[in-house]
Ligand binder design. Structure first.
Ligand code: C2E
Ligand code: CA
Ligand code: CA
Ligand code: CA
Length: 274
């Protein structure tokens, strides 16, 4: 009995520590957001498969933590979602990305939207408000949402998507193939682009079944007049296969890693001159 109790206390102590660490991290993230300090965006270019031309870019958030160093988004997005910071973080990212493309030659920027942020009643209005304040045309913004949102079959989601798209913003379905969206959801909601998840792309050429799935996603996109991007393209073999299957847009380490804003501008110069 006593040993059982001792074990429980050790366990509770560890739990306590984890809770405290998370609370400290929350506090630091709140500070970073309020002071606009330590957060930054990198931009991964997206290219046209056929011509290799730069089409646009995806903004990806980074946090330079005061002691832990550079933290990947997977380490703090869910914290922001749980602790009520995701709206502020999401709008910070949107504003920063919008200011960046507005002042650059990059045609458009894609911004990731957390489903928690999307649930907010005035999500569409707050996005349009930021574009208005920054002076960026809605046609130069793409929002990346995930399949889970469409599953909820909610009036809010449907209205928000309609409102955003009617204003000229494009909507892409991120990580496509990993969720449960069906053709009927795609038809009901209407999106402009499918992004084939990198877990499929990485298996291309190694697994006939995966090859078939990727081909059918590309065919589905064409049939429904959506664009299609393959993410996580890492090898020449994947690139050639995707091109042959008719995938319009490519993104991945083979073409370019996410870049600092300065380096992405550097990429645009030959295009601007030519
Ligand atoms: P995601 O939206 O699927 O973004 C693609 C992720 O794949 C990025 O990781 C990118 O750096 C990485 N990647 C790009 N090309 C390749 C490749 O060829 N191979 C491999 N293995 N990986 C590649 P990152 O930047 O760590 O972002 C992770 C996730 O965090 C993102 O996945 C997205 O869901 C989320 N995220 C990033 N920025 C934001 C943001 O501003 N807001 C929200 N809500 N989520 C964000
Ligand atoms: Ca994304
Ligand atoms: Ca993705
Ligand atoms: Ca992903």
């Amino acid at each position: 009995k006593t040993s059982g109790r001792a074990r429980y206390e050790v366990y509770a102590g560890e739990l306590d520590q984890a809770v405290q660490q998370r609370r400290a991290l929350e506090h630091e993230l709140r500070h970073a957001l309020n002071a606009s300090e330590g957060l930054e965006l990198v931009y991964q270019p997206i290219f046209e498969a056929r011509s290799g031309a730069l089409l646009g870019c995806e903004a990806l958030v980074r946090w330079n933590h005061p002691t832990k160093g550079r933290m990947p988004p997977d380490a703090f997005i869910s914290l922001a979602e749980e602790r009520g910071l995701i709206n502020q973080l999401g709008l910070w990212v949107l504003r920063r990305a919008a200011e960046y493309v507005r002042a650059s030659e990059v045609p458009w920027v894609a911004v990731n939207v957390s489903p928690v942020q999307f649930q907010n009643q005035d999500f569409a209005a707050s996005v349009l408000n930021v574009l208005d304040e920054v002076g960026l045309s809605p046609r130069r913004l793409e929002l990346e949402i995930t399949e889970g949102l469409l599953l909820q079959n909610s009036e809010h989601v449907q209205q928000t998507l309609r409102h955003l798209r009617a204003s000229g913003i494009r909507v892409a379905l991120d990580d496509f193939g990993t969720g449960y969206s069906s053709i009927s959801y795609l038809r009901t909601y209407g999106v402009d682009k499918l992004k084939i998840d990198k877990s499929f792309v990485s298996q291309l050429g190694r697994d006939d079944e995966i090859d078939g799935i990727v081909k059918s996603i590309i065919d589905l996109a064409r049939a429904m007049r959506m664009k299609v991007t393959a993410e996580g393209v890492e090898t020449q073999e994947q690139r050639v296969m995707l091109e042959n299957l008719g995938c319009g847009e490519l993104q991945g380490y083979l073409l370019s890693r996410p870049l600092t804003p300065e380096r992405l501008i550097g990429l645009c110069i030959p295009q601007a001159l030519g």
